[in-house]
Each structure stands twice: as structure tokens, then as C-alpha cells.
Design a binder for this molecule. Sequence first.
Ligand code: 5GP
Length: 188
Amino acid sequence: MSRRGLLIVLSGPSGCGKGTVVGKLLTARNDVCVSVSCTTRAPREGEREGVHYFYKSREQFADMIRDNAFLEYAEYSGNYYGTPKAWVEERLADGMHVILEIDVQGGQNIMRLCPDAVSVFLLPPSVDVLKARLVGRCTESTEVVQQRMDAAVWELSQADTYHYQVINDDLETTVAEINAIIDREQIY
Ligand code: 5GP
């Protein structure tokens, strides 16, 4: 039987580049997969059901909470996000390392529930860079960008509750650092 995979929590403020980093990690290694969360937020242009998220109504999400289908869930900027429990458990049992790309509340919940989880906080090079990325993405209204900046300030203050902090300045360096963390942690 293969050994159990690592549960890897990856957090960082919206716009810090988590999605791009995870995409690179998935291409770089075949022992890593990413959990696809459920959300009540509407799909952004170009996002696909089952690839970026499973899009749920608030009622469907509430039913899943009731059925205990989430490893964790949280409200973020007025929408709900949750990690499907069964899928993650199956992959870990198969020996795959599972990345959870989740917000800080969710990350801290996972650290409490799963003490073996490895947590990585991705930092933007600066708050100005973060704002520029959020505005440049052009997928959210000015009000939502402001909400996300407010959330980011609190999230950044929580970075040291994670095992590792990685500054996402140069993408290749960031991916190499996270690769090294996975290799080091899987030895234990
Ligand atoms: P976005 O709307 O930008 O896709 O995601 C907003 C925030 O929710 C991001 O910080 C993202 O990492 C987080 N998020 C995505 N999926 C989950 C989840 O399943 N649980 C939690 N707690 N946060 C999530």
C-alpha cells in the first residue's frame, strides 16, 4: 500500500498569485493534486465547473453543511467556500499530496483539525503589488476590490501562524521553494 500523502494548506490574500503557483506545481510534479472547492460565488469569466470550483446555490451549500460533506468551510467576502471531505480523504489514502488553496480562516481550521497538515502562506512582494494585481484582474467591482484589500490586511497579519512563509516575487523561485518544502516534509 502506498504511504499517505501530505495535506498542504496554501493560503495568502486574494491576488497574491496562489492559482498560478498551484498551476505550476501541478505541471511540475505528478504526486500532487489540488482540491476543487465548492463555492456560492458566481463563476468569473473563463472559470469552469469542476475545474476552478463546483458552483452551488446557497441552499445546496447549506445542505452539504448539514450532510457533513465539508472538511472545512468559511465565509469570505459575502460568499461561502468549502473543501469536499471525501475526495480529499481518498487522494491522501492513495498517497497523493493534496493542496488546499483556501483562505486563512479555513487554513487555521484545517491546522486545528489535521495537525499533520503542512501550511504555507504565500506573501505578495508588497501591499501595492497586491492592489495592482487585484485591480489589474478587472474581474471584480471597485467595492469588491476594496473588500478584498481589507480582508488582505487581516490575512497578512496571520502569516506567522503558518509553518512556512514564501514571498511570491519571482514565480519560478516560489515554485522551487514550495517543491523543496514538499520534498522535505514527505521524508518525515
Ligand atoms: P476567490 O473568490 O478569489 O476564488 O476565492 C476567495 C478566497 O477563498 C481565496 O482566498 C481562496 O483561497 C478561498 N477559498 C477557496 N476555496 C476555499 C475553501 O474551500 N475553503 C476556504 N476556507 N477558503 C477557500
